[in-house]
Design a binder for this molecule. Structure first.
Ligand SMILES: C[S@@+](CC[C@H](N)C(=O)[O-])C[C@H]1O[C@@H](n2cnc3c(N)ncnc32)[C@H](O)[C@@H]1O
Length: 258
């Protein structure tokens, strides 16, 4: 059974989840890529959920123009009430369509923990094709997801799938998010191999530039100390040596390179 992102319970529990690891080992790596490219101003946050990533982007640069889209009204209502900002425009979408956006309009798109929510390869291809359409030539697409190579590993804040289960493309996979003082939030996600992401990007007309699998031990020590003090946490678990997440950094090829 698919996770019901449109339900109030799932949306509000997801908002309570402490996304410390996602921030340190995921979003922060995306932000490093985004902030060095001074041509980036308009950013699409596809599947923005409760708006935590969009809000962090505005903290990085209040001049960014962020278009944050989601198919869940409940998620968008949390985002609008808790993370409203003049630089963020929240939009409800349906059928994976971004028709309100012109072709070649966006400088950069991010899609964080969304592909794993979708059970159908053709649907995922449609989402990536639509992002490709609205991106400018040479525009960046950054995909962040749970690492398909970290199945069953217990990380400090979550576990992705069950050890010993053999997952194939499209298999249902549970994601166990630990919520302080409450029962785990169990998400019914789907397993996709790294090769599937590569194929989908290539089919849409993207050039894959880099795959990044960050671990705590990769973080420069000063930066790590500053995260540890921000989160008041330093007892790193398996994330010290194993990468919980995977990032695909790609650009939209110019027309003649297709
Ligand atoms: C796990 S949450 C991630 C939220 C946010 N990106 C983050 O990293 O905090 C996944 C979100 O993607 C949205 N989503 C999943 N599939 C979608 C689709 N096909 N179109 C639009 N939104 C989608 C869900 O409604 C949910 O809000």
């Amino acid at each position: 059974m698919k996770t019901s992102w449109k339900s109030r319970d799932v949306s509000s529990k997801f908002d309570k989840y402490n996304d410390m690891l996602e921030n340190i080992l995921g979003f922060n790596f995306l932000f490093d890529i985004i902030k060095i490219d001074k041509s980036i101003n308009t950013i699409l946050d596809y599947g923005c959920g409760p708006g935590k990533v969009s809000a962090r982007l505005t903290a990085l640069n209040p001049e960014y123009n962020i278009i944050a889209v989601d198919e869940s009204e409940k998620m968008l209502s949390i985002a609008k009430s808790k993370r409203n900002h003049p630089g963020i425009s929240y939009q409800l979408i349906s059928n994976d369509s971004l028709l309100f956006l012109n072709d070649n309009y966006i400088d950069c798109a991010i899609i964080c923990f969304v592909i794993i929510n979708n059970s159908d390869k053709n649907r995922i291809q449609k989402i990536i094709n639509e992002i490709h359409r609205v991106l400018k030539p040479n525009g960046k697409l950054l995909i962040l997801d749970s690492n398909p190579n970290a199945i069953g590993i217990d990380f400090t804040t979550f576990r992705n799938g069950d050890l010993g289960v053999c997952y194939e493309n499209g298999s249902c996979k549970k994601q166990y998010l630990k919520i302080n003082g409450e029962q785990n939030l169990i998400l019914n996600d789907y397993y996709w191999t790294r090769e599937l992401y590569e194929d989908i990007l290539c089919n849409a007309g993207f050039e894959l530039q880099k795959i990044i699998e960050p671990k705590i031990s990769d973080i420069p020590i000063d930066e790590l100390r500053s995260f540890e003090s921000k989160y008041n946490f330093s007892q790193w678990c398996n994330e010290d040596a194993q990468a919980p997440f995977i990032i695909f950094q790609s650009t939209k090829r110019k027309e003649q390179e297709k």
